[in-house]
Design a protein around this ligand. Sequence first.
Ligand code: DWN
Length: 409
Amino acid sequence: MNAPLCRISGQAINRAIDFGIQPLGNGFLLPEFFSSEYFYPMEMGFCETSMMFQLIEQPAPEQMFHEHYAFYSSTSRYMEWHFAEFANQVKQSGYLAKVDPFVVELGCNDGIMLKNFASAGMRHLGIEPSRNVAAVANGNGVRTLSEFFSEAVAEKIVREEGQADAFLAANVMCHIPDMLGVVKGIRALLKPTGVVMFEDPYLGDVIEKTSYDQIYDEHVFLFSAHSVQYMFQLHGMELIDVLPQKTHGGSMRYVLAHAGAYPVSQAVTQLFVKEQELGLHKQSTFETFRRSIEQSRVDLVNLLRELKSQGKRIAGYGATSKSTTVLNYCGIGPDLIEFISDTTPIKQGKFTPGMHIPVKPYEVFQASPPDYAVLFAWNHAEEIMAKEKAFVEAGGRWIVHIPKVQVLG
Ligand code: DWN
């Protein structure tokens, strides 16, 4: 069998962690589709040249992002606040032209961030391949094209609307296998003074917290400053700043520009040093990570089985894409978790991908609270725990699996 090749460097990838056969992270489905459900082998590899940690095989984008895509960004109040803040920071960054600046966002989802530019009357454009969410964005007054971004799409935008001052993306770039095509498109789209600001779950946090559930079909890459720098430098761009974020359990916002356009901040230099200490540039780190993941699986399954043997009722909270990896990798089904509560209408009444646990509206959780709830939306813990005080006061207990498996309280 030929060695798989890195999507960035073209060199051979070293196999690192095998999660077995997995379904689509957001492939919530009805029973009539169980027999035709899509599965693929989910395995992560590491390229020592590009330092990119990546899926060896990824389902075709059309399998994952389509008119039934189940994730809407505006499901969390914290995320609404976060994107309003992100937009404010862009407006105040000093990188935008004083007159008629143009901001483009890749994967604008339902317009959660761009609406902050639209409402200020700023020229903006969203690019969102999932037609259903793009329609919501347009409905929210956010001008959105439903397309997969590429160099050709970038050139079309430049022809019709001119170059952009800022190219934004949040939780999007790590989804795109043809990142080199995207980087070329960005280079064509950006003014000489333009900047890219994008954020994604950060590999350093994922390894430190054993948050292996950030690995699923949609996340073809988990970035570090090292890998981002490698990828953009191939096309004459460089990292000029990095800003750690709390979102998604630890993300990094990367700021990039045409090489030499701006000075490089100290934060970039410091992060490179920290990443060397964490070993994000070397294969052996992923061997240790794999062992931590295996231990986490043993701990979670043992805990749930033990509680079940005591006759406890266990539900899940948040039918996240992340939970698909945990449930399928650990083999946790409806025998251990009765149902998963989720506020997203398009997921309710369906079943989780692969393990087929029913997803029920939040009202079911409230009306019939379990003894234990596994917090699959652990990245929203603060917001959820604040609103679920009654669950705990009535004797309910939270189970978390990040950074280690434990019952809280
Ligand atoms: O990159 C991605 C990130 C940004 O979003 C995607 N590939 C898909 C998605 O990942 P996720 O599903 O892991 O994201 P969240 O934000 O952790 O999903 C939270 C889920 O929990 C949603 O389905 C909504 C639900 N929820 C809830 O039921 N009650 C969330 C909150 C805050 C709540 O109070």
